[in-house]
Design a protein around this ligand. Structure first.
Ligand code: ZN
Length: 208
């Protein structure tokens, strides 16, 4: 199982970190040991002083595929959830400065929080998935996938050129603006807006 992540996939987020808007998807991976599921707490790692949340829509791959063509891309995912791409921003900034890979800053244990999946049809409204992150009850990130620079199908096509997609793979599709630090004692909740107008909490994570 692979955890494939996309960086800088919303214009407003690329700008808030003073990064250029990419012309192709920026792809990186986390190892399977990064997963944190079932609303388990996240233990703040000792090697960083600046861990940031990044709330992202996550796709689950339901079919194996290589060189997927655009017209078939939507057949490769049927469920969606929210995840947090925890990032040790202090370490990432140093690695970026040196031009080194990001794995330590992005792929450490439990850096990939995963919520409960829902059928994509329940939240798919003209290609829009609206979602938000609450920190201690206050909304800190609010996004809509209509603002993705590279939409879901584009990501499937692009990623499958380089990596065979396999059932169970996860794609973290990038974070909107509003990323920020967490501290011990914080409570994070990921909410998704559904077609019937209801809001469902898919993710709940305490920082310990
Ligand atoms: Zn991210």
């Amino acid at each position: 199982m692979k955890i494939i992540c996309i960086g800088r996939n919303y214009v407003d987020h690329a700008k808030e970190l003073s990064n250029p808007v990419p012309s192709k998807p920026l792809v990186f991976m986390k190892p399977p040991s990064a997963l944190l599921v079932n609303d388990k707490p996240f233990y703040y790692p000792e090697f960083s002083n600046d861990v940031h949340y990044e709330l992202e829509v996550v796709l689950k791959i339901t079919k194996n595929g290589k060189h997927v063509q655009p017209e078939f891309a939507a057949n490769y995912y049927h469920e969606v959830t929210l995840g947090i791409d925890f990032t040790a921003r202090d370490i990432q900034s140093e690695l970026k400065r040196k031009g080194h890979p990001w794995e330590i800053a992005k792929g450490f244990d439990h850096s990939a929080v995963l919520g409960n999946f829902v059928e994509i049809g329940e939240v798919w409204k003209k290609g829009n998935v609206e979602f938000e992150l609450k920190k201690n009850g206050e909304t800190v990130q609010h996004g809509n996938t209509r603002d993705l620079i590279f939409p879901f199908d584009h990501l499937i096509v692009y990623i499958s050129k380089y990596f065979k997609l396999q059932m169970g793979d996860l794609i973290y599709t990038g974070t909107p603006a509003g990323v920020g630090p967490v501290k011990i004692g914080d409570h994070l909740e990921g909410l998704i807006h559904k077609n019937d107008g209801s809001v469902e909490r898919l993710l709940d994570c305490e920082i310990k």
